[in-house]
Design a protein. Structure first.
Length: 123
Protein backbone atom coordinates (compact mmCIF):
# COMPACT_ATOMS: atom_id res chain seq x y z
CA UNK A 1 0.00 0.00 0.00
CA UNK A 2 1.47 3.34 -1.00
CA UNK A 3 1.54 6.32 1.28
CA UNK A 4 -1.15 8.96 0.90
CA UNK A 5 -1.21 12.68 1.63
CA UNK A 6 -3.32 13.65 4.63
CA UNK A 7 -5.14 16.94 5.01
CA UNK A 8 -6.92 18.43 8.00
CA UNK A 9 -10.24 17.75 6.24
CA UNK A 10 -9.50 14.00 6.08
CA UNK A 11 -7.68 13.64 9.42
CA UNK A 12 -10.58 12.48 11.64
CA UNK A 13 -12.04 10.28 8.92
CA UNK A 14 -8.66 8.61 8.39
CA UNK A 15 -8.17 7.93 12.11
CA UNK A 16 -11.75 6.64 12.53
CA UNK A 17 -11.82 4.40 9.44
CA UNK A 18 -8.48 2.60 9.83
CA UNK A 19 -7.39 0.21 12.56
CA UNK A 20 -3.78 1.43 12.48
CA UNK A 21 -2.68 4.80 11.12
CA UNK A 22 0.96 5.84 10.92
CA UNK A 23 1.53 9.52 10.16
CA UNK A 24 4.78 11.05 8.94
CA UNK A 25 4.88 14.83 9.45
CA UNK A 26 7.45 16.27 7.04
CA UNK A 27 8.49 19.24 4.88
CA UNK A 28 10.21 19.41 1.50
CA UNK A 29 13.15 21.45 2.85
CA UNK A 30 13.90 18.95 5.65
CA UNK A 31 16.92 16.72 4.97
CA UNK A 32 16.08 14.06 7.60
CA UNK A 33 12.49 14.00 6.25
CA UNK A 34 13.79 13.20 2.77
CA UNK A 35 16.01 10.44 4.16
CA UNK A 36 13.15 8.91 6.15
CA UNK A 37 10.74 9.02 3.19
CA UNK A 38 12.11 5.84 1.57
CA UNK A 39 12.03 3.97 4.90
CA UNK A 40 8.40 5.03 5.40
CA UNK A 41 7.45 4.09 1.82
CA UNK A 42 9.07 0.65 2.13
CA UNK A 43 7.24 -0.01 5.40
CA UNK A 44 3.96 0.96 3.72
CA UNK A 45 4.55 -1.71 1.08
CA UNK A 46 5.33 -4.36 3.73
CA UNK A 47 2.28 -3.83 5.97
CA UNK A 48 -1.07 -4.29 4.34
CA UNK A 49 -4.02 -3.15 6.39
CA UNK A 50 -2.05 -0.26 7.91
CA UNK A 51 -2.70 3.29 6.68
CA UNK A 52 0.58 5.10 6.03
CA UNK A 53 -0.11 8.80 5.58
CA UNK A 54 2.07 11.85 5.19
CA UNK A 55 1.37 15.40 6.32
CA UNK A 56 3.28 18.16 4.56
CA UNK A 57 3.67 20.62 7.44
CA UNK A 58 4.16 23.53 5.03
CA UNK A 59 0.83 22.91 3.31
CA UNK A 60 -1.02 21.71 6.43
CA UNK A 61 0.22 24.16 9.07
CA UNK A 62 -3.09 24.15 10.93
CA UNK A 63 -3.08 20.35 11.21
CA UNK A 64 0.58 20.30 12.30
CA UNK A 65 -0.19 22.89 14.95
CA UNK A 66 -3.24 20.97 16.17
CA UNK A 67 -1.04 17.87 16.53
CA UNK A 68 1.60 19.86 18.46
CA UNK A 69 4.32 19.21 15.90
CA UNK A 70 7.41 21.10 17.06
CA UNK A 71 10.08 19.47 14.90
CA UNK A 72 10.17 17.24 11.86
CA UNK A 73 10.13 14.54 10.90
CA UNK A 74 7.65 13.46 13.56
CA UNK A 75 5.98 10.08 13.53
CA UNK A 76 2.57 9.44 15.12
CA UNK A 77 0.87 6.06 15.42
CA UNK A 78 -2.81 5.55 16.16
CA UNK A 79 -4.48 2.21 16.75
CA UNK A 80 -8.25 2.02 17.12
CA UNK A 81 -8.32 5.83 17.42
CA UNK A 82 -5.87 5.85 20.35
CA UNK A 83 -2.60 7.76 19.99
CA UNK A 84 0.09 5.27 20.98
CA UNK A 85 3.27 6.91 19.73
CA UNK A 86 4.41 10.43 18.91
CA UNK A 87 8.08 11.21 18.56
CA UNK A 88 10.29 13.45 16.46
CA UNK A 89 13.23 12.05 14.53
CA UNK A 90 13.85 9.80 11.57
CA UNK A 91 13.87 6.12 12.50
CA UNK A 92 16.09 3.49 10.92
CA UNK A 93 14.15 0.75 9.09
CA UNK A 94 14.60 -1.92 11.78
CA UNK A 95 13.33 0.38 14.53
CA UNK A 96 10.29 1.41 12.47
CA UNK A 97 9.49 -2.25 11.81
CA UNK A 98 9.81 -3.02 15.52
CA UNK A 99 7.40 -0.21 16.48
CA UNK A 100 4.88 -1.36 13.87
CA UNK A 101 5.08 -4.97 15.09
CA UNK A 102 4.63 -3.87 18.71
CA UNK A 103 1.65 -1.72 17.72
CA UNK A 104 0.00 -4.71 16.06
CA UNK A 105 0.64 -6.95 19.09
CA UNK A 106 -0.87 -4.60 21.67
CA UNK A 107 -3.93 -5.72 23.62
CA UNK A 108 -6.12 -2.68 23.02
CA UNK A 109 -8.60 -3.70 25.74
CA UNK A 110 -5.76 -3.48 28.23
CA UNK A 111 -4.58 -0.15 26.76
CA UNK A 112 -8.08 1.31 27.09
CA UNK A 113 -8.36 0.00 30.66
CA UNK A 114 -5.05 1.68 31.54
CA UNK A 115 -6.22 4.96 30.01
CA UNK A 116 -9.46 4.83 32.03
CA UNK A 117 -7.48 4.02 35.18
CA UNK A 118 -5.25 7.05 34.62
CA UNK A 119 -8.29 9.28 34.11
CA UNK A 120 -9.80 7.99 37.37
CA UNK A 121 -6.53 8.58 39.24
CA UNK A 122 -6.35 12.16 37.94
CA UNK A 123 -9.92 12.98 38.99
Amino acid sequence: MATIALTKEKFNETIENNDIVIIDFWASWCGPCKSFASTFETASENHTGVAFVKVNTEEEQELAQACNIRSIPTLMIFREQVLLYSQAGALPPAQLEDIIDKTKELDMQQVRAEIESQKTDEA
